[in-house]
Structure formats: C-alpha cells, structure tokens
Design a protein around this ligand. Structure first.
Ligand SMILES: CC(C)(COP(=O)(O)OP(=O)(O)OC[C@H]1O[C@@H](n2cnc3c(N)ncnc32)[C@H](O)[C@@H]1OP(=O)(O)O)[C@@H](O)C(=O)NCCC(=O)NCCS
Length: 199
C-alpha cells in the first residue's frame, strides 16, 4: 500500500479505508474487498504480519464491526459479514466462497423483516439495517476451512481443526478435529502425531 492508500497492482480504482490497519508485510489483492465496508471503529480491519487476502474476499463490515486477521492468515475469497467481531487466527487458511457471518442482520420474524424491507428505499446506502444482535465468530490459529463453507453467528472453530468443503458450521468445533457436512458433524479427532506436526 502506498501513501495514497492505493495498491499499485489493483484492477479496481479504490483505496484502503483510513481505519484499516495493514502490516507492511501483509498483502491485499484488491481494494474492491472494501466495497461493502462501513466500519467506523479504529482498526475496523487489522492485517497481521504476512496476512493475505485474495480476489473474492469481501469485508461486509457494519459501522460497529471489527475484523482481525492474525499473522500469516490467508483468506482466499471469503465474504466476511461482521457487525461485532470476526477473529481469524494466526496461520488460519480460509478457502474460496466461504461465508463467515457474525450476524443474520434481519429479524427471523417475517412481519418485522417486512417492515425492515419497507425502510430500505429510504436508506443511504440503500441497505437493510442490522436489527438483530451480532454474535462474534472466532476462527482460531492453524484452522483450515474448505471451500463453500458457511460459519454461522456465535461459532468458534478451535485451533488446528479442519472444516470439510461445503459444510455449514452451526456450533463450536473443538480443537484438533475434522468436521464436515450440513450441519457440520465430527468426522474424527486428529491423531497425536498429526497434532504434534501442527505445533
Ligand atoms: C474433510 C476432508 C479434509 C477429508 O478428511 P478425512 O479425514 O481424509 O476424511 P475422509 O475422506 O476419510 O472421510 C471421512 C468421512 O467424512 C465424510 N466427508 C469428508 N469430507 C466431507 C465433506 N466435505 N462433506 C461431508 N462429508 C465429508 C466422508 O464421506 C466420510 O464419511 P463416512 O465415514 O460416513 O464414509 C476433505 O474431505 C475436505 O473437505 N477437504 C477440503 C478441501 C478443500 O476445500 N480444499 C480447498 C483448497 S484450500
């Protein structure tokens, strides 16, 4: 990133928002990743040492949202929907088309949801407001999340765990396990040998 907060290699004519903190060794493929970014907090997104985000990654972060990418975390194309906090630990690897969401944003109740939709045309930007409480999502260090996975609000994926491709994670994943499916269920625990290789 240069002083104008643009990226020399960028195909999109955007800038990195002022309140995004980027370690000098971090990599952002394109500023288009901030198209939906609206955080007003200091450090609305924080990139740790060597962290990377690639094409397809979208920071859909609301005014009170904060996202943190740990050291050498690699996000290959996730939509990060955040109204409170989404933490991605050191060495976490997130594949393409993943959704990490700490908020459902609109009410489950159809009458309340309809009222919210009626307000959309009056809003600038023309969006539904987040009207349900957000619940932070935590992806701990060394986690690997396969492609097309969805992680729902309030979930922690424990360190060293693997989430199989196309899973929907509705509850916490214990450390050093493999989970898969919709809803994601335990496939197996990693062996001591596999865990030691992680350390
Ligand atoms: C989960 C995964 C890591 C395989 O782990 P594994 O320990 O080798 O698991 P196995 O292949 O032995 O399968 C174990 C069981 O889990 C099931 N399973 C494996 N992956 C699954 C998935 N993605 N969704 C649903 N079930 C899955 C298998 O069908 C098998 O079920 P069974 O015991 O009833 O026969 C792998 O299937 C996967 O999804 N990898 C992610 C790949 C990816 O996204 N790559 C992107 C590049 S970053």
């Amino acid at each position: 990133m240069n002083k104008r907060r643009t990226l020399e290699w960028d195909w999109y004519a955007g800038t990195i928002p002022e309140n995004v903190l980027v370690d000098e060794t971090a990599y952002i493929e394109t500023t288009f990743s901030f198209y939906f970014y609206r955080s007003q907090l200091p450090g609305g997104v924080e990139f740790g040492r060597g962290a990377s985000t690639y094409l397809g990654t979208m920071f859909d972060v609301g005014p009170k949202g904060r996202v943190k990418l740990g050291q050498f975390a690699l996000v290959h194309g996730a939509r990060i929907i955040c109204d409170a906090e989404v933490l991605i630990g050191d060495y976490a690897m997130i594949s393409w088309n993943v959704v990490l969401m700490d908020s459902f944003r609109v009410p489950l109740n159809p009458v309340e949801r309809r009222k919210e939709l009626e307000l959309v045309p009056t809003r600038r930007p023309r969006l539904a407001a987040a009207t349900v409480p957000a619940r932070p999502v935590k992806i701990e260090r060394n986690v690997w999340i396969g492609f097309d996975v969805c992680v729902l609000p309030g979930v922690t994926v424990g360190q060293g765990s693997i989430v199989g491709a196309r899973s929907v994670v509705i509850e916490d994943v214990p450390p050093f396990t493999i989970v898969a499916g919709n809803p994601a269920r335990l496939v197996r625990r990693l062996t001591e040998e596999e865990i030691n290789r992680h350390a």
